[in-house]
Design a protein around this ligand. Structure first.
Ligand SMILES: N[C@@H](CCC(=O)N[C@@H](CS)C(=O)NCC(=O)O)C(=O)O
Length: 214
């Protein structure tokens, strides 16, 4: 029996397919060889229908035996504690992985998502542009000097950073070749390609179910 259950929506519109953050957890399980099952909660009514499991009405969340955890970063670190593939067991390698995992969320995604949101809301050249570009330039420096963010090898930190970065438009990568190569390298991994295809196929199949239900 697969104890790990990764929860996502039963359907999403076309735009976010391939980008829903359950992909982070699926990807980690695939890399680590951890068996998992994907389960779904209705997208319709998401504001209230699973607040007891995710207090913001979002996905993903994860069950693993007695553990019930939300926030994709927390779920990822939970999985990383189960497999050395995702996080080294030595203190230095582990802390390196932890710091870069948090950096992906709290130094990069914390500006890329609000920047994207303002862009989508019609403010293409918004006030967050300078802040975002500064962070990406600083990361470009780092990635110009190393293949992996932490511990000298693939870890959960790379998985998360690549997932945060891959949503950026091509122009963000134009003058940042190390970042572009890094994202290309990570997203060409077989585990990523599998879960990306799986997520898109799952939501496409849900189109048929919705159509049948009228
Ligand atoms: N900080 C949360 C963000 C989760 C999040 O933004 N989830 C999106 C899907 S990727 C969602 O559920 N959006 C629907 C909504 O906010 O109503 C995490 O990393 O888990």
């Amino acid at each position: 029996m697969n104890e790990i259950e990764i929860w996502t929506y039963d359907w999403v519109p076309a735009g976010p397919r391939g980008l829903v953050r359950d992909l982070r957890l699926r990807w980690a399980c695939e890399e680590a060889g951890l068996p998992y099952t994907v389960r779904t909660v209705p997208f319709d009514g998401r504001e209230t229908n699973h607040l007891s499991r995710q207090p913001f009405g979002q996905v993903p969340y994860l069950n693993d035996g007695e553990v019930a955890i939300f926030e994709s970063g927390a779920g990822l670190l939970h999985l990383a504690r189960k497999s050395e593939v995702l996080m080294p067991r030595d203190r230095v390698g582990e802390s390196d992985t932890l710091q870069w995992t948090i950096a992906a969320l709290n130094s990069i995604e914390m500006v890329t998502v609000p920047y994207w949101f303002l862009s989508m809301s019609g403010d293409a050249d918004n006030a967050l542009r300078g802040w975002r570009d500064q962070r990406l330039d600083q990361l470009e420096q780092v990635l110009g000097e190393r293949e992996w963010l932490a511990a000298g090898r693939f870890t959960a930190a790379d998985l998360l950073m690549a997932d945060v970065l891959r949503v950026l438009k091509g122009s963000a990568f134009d003058a940042r070749p190390a970042t572009a190569a890094y994202v290309a390298r990570l997203t060409s991994r077989p585990a990523f390609r599998k879960v990306h295809a799986d997520q898109i196929a799952q939501f496409a199949a849900a189109d048929d179910a919705r159509a049948a239900a009228g």
